[in-house]
Design a protein around this ligand. Structure first.
Ligand code: FAD
Length: 390
């Protein structure tokens, strides 16, 4: 069965955190919106397979090499952190148990604290005795300094449910089990899980498809997006302590908790892969286990654990460029925009920038123009005339 042609202002393809956050924001601007997710459930990829760490700049201010980039990433994380906490306070876990940062290499300390100050990261020094009291089974002997910070764990499922409800209340249509099959200009065909098809037309298409973007642009536009895949691992283990605990130094463990479980990652565990998948690479998982053993000796005694692999994605200006943790908005084909958040925590920043840009293109004239809009329109018209005359 084919449904008659449906018309939208924006079709968002991909219902992970980025697509859900963008739907929530765009729907509130009164745009006719459709969110398509090919899986039967929303956010079934990296958006729920991640560590559920709502960053607040403390980690990335230190881990990103370039100081300016590090401060920028930290500020975007603070922006996203504050926005998500205000939107879904009930999804914040252990709000009364702030995590602790460990600094292994003393020579990093001065630069780290100065970056924290510049970015506006909240931190408070702790003595090792205070830190040990909060996490008795942790081995803190390798840490030169310990701080309390304002990062939190977030229940991503609850956050996404609220974003979905808000988008639907704002009028967004949401279809799961809906695969974008064919795109031509402003028209597209969607195939549903039951085999029925939907013909649609949209002024803009936004691809929030995470690592799916490369295949879609290949299929629809014969374009190679400069996208790279980086595999990382996590281990899920029965809860190991009261407070989150993470190093800022490379190749050390970072642990956040969700209810009865701890989820632990390895700093800078990023294996460049030709294709994205969820297969665990045993040597990489072992590296993580060893880092966790250094942090919480005997952690395996806590009970059965589970290794998880997942893929991050970035845009690479060239093959040799460093892995980027930045947000990305690209429009390689007019009217078809690809977006990547870097991190879940940066999704609010990314989608606010996107929403502002789309509003400029899609606004319906019901709100009066400001003097700067009038000037902009007249300068654009002069530029167009000059272009035609040339
Ligand atoms: C191991 C790991 C740990 C991480 N930990 C954290 C963390 O603790 N904190 C943090 O802030 N960030 C973290 N991140 C990063 C974060 O998870 C990602 O940046 C974020 O989830 C990306 O969201 P997304 O919506 O852009 O993409 P995705 O989550 O990949 O969602 C894309 C969606 O698009 C759908 N899709 C794909 N193709 C199509 C199509 N053709 N039609 C329709 N739908 C389609 C997919 O099914 C999927 O649901 C982590 C990442 C990894 C890999």
């Amino acid at each position: 069965m084919t449904r008659n042609l449906q018309r939208y202002d924006v079709v968002l393809v991909g219902g992970g955190v980025t697509g859900l956050m963008a739907s929530h924001k765009l729907a509130r601007l009164g745009l006719r919106l459709l969110l398509l997710e090919k899986q039967p459930t929303l956010a079934s990829g990296p958006s729920t397979r991640n560590e559920g760490w709502l960053h607040r700049g403390s980690y990335h201010a230190g881990s990103v090499k370039d100081r300016q980039a590090a401060v920028q990433v930290a500020r975007r994380c603070i922006y996203g952190h504050e926005q998500i906490r205000a939107f879904a306070p009930e999804a914040v876990e252990d709000a009364d148990r702030p995590p602790m940062v460990l600094v292994r290499d003393a020579d990093r300390l001065q630069e780290l604290v100065s970056r924290w100050d510049e970015a506006g990261v909240s931190y408070r020094p702790l003595t090792k005795a205070q830190a040990s009291a909060r996490f008795p089974s942790a081995d803190l002997t390798r840490a030169s300094e310990v701080f309390e910070v304002a990062d939190v764990s977030i229940n991503t499922r609850m956050l996404y449910r609220k974003l979905l409800t808000s988008a639907q209340q704002g009028g967004a249509e949401v279809l799961t089990g809906a695969r974008l099959e064919h795109v031509r200009g402003s028209e597209a065909t969607v195939v549903m899980a039951d085999g029925s098809t939907l013909q649609l037309e949209s002024r803009l298409f936004v691809y929030s498809t995470g690592f799916g973007a490369r295949d879609l642009f290949r299929q629809f536009f014969e374009l190679e997006l400069p996208i790279r895949y980086w595999k990382s691992h996590l281990v899920v283990v029965p809860r190991l302590g009261g407070h989150g605990l993470f190093y800022v130094d490379p190749h050390e463990a970072a642990m956040m908790h969700h209810g009865d479980y701890s989820v632990v990652g390895l700093n800078e565990d990023a294996l460049l892969c030709a294709n994205p998948d969820y297969l665990v690479v045993p040597e990489r998982a072992d590296n993580l286990h060893r880092a966790l053993e250094r942090l919480v000796p005997g952690w395996k005694n806590a009970g059965t654990y589970s290794d998880v692999a997942c893929t991050k994605v970035d845009f690479a200006p060239d093959a040799t460029s460093a892995r980027s943790l930045n947000i990305a908005i690209h429009e390689p084909v007019p009217g078809h925009i690809c977006i990547l958040p870097g991190k879940m925590t940066e999704a609010p920043f990314l989608t606010d920038v996107l929403t502002a840009r789309l509003y400029e293109r899609l606004e319906d004239g019901l709100i009066a123009k400001r003097p700067c809009d009038v000037l902009h329109a007249s300068l654009a018209s002069v530029a167009r005339e000059a272009h035609h005359a040339a």
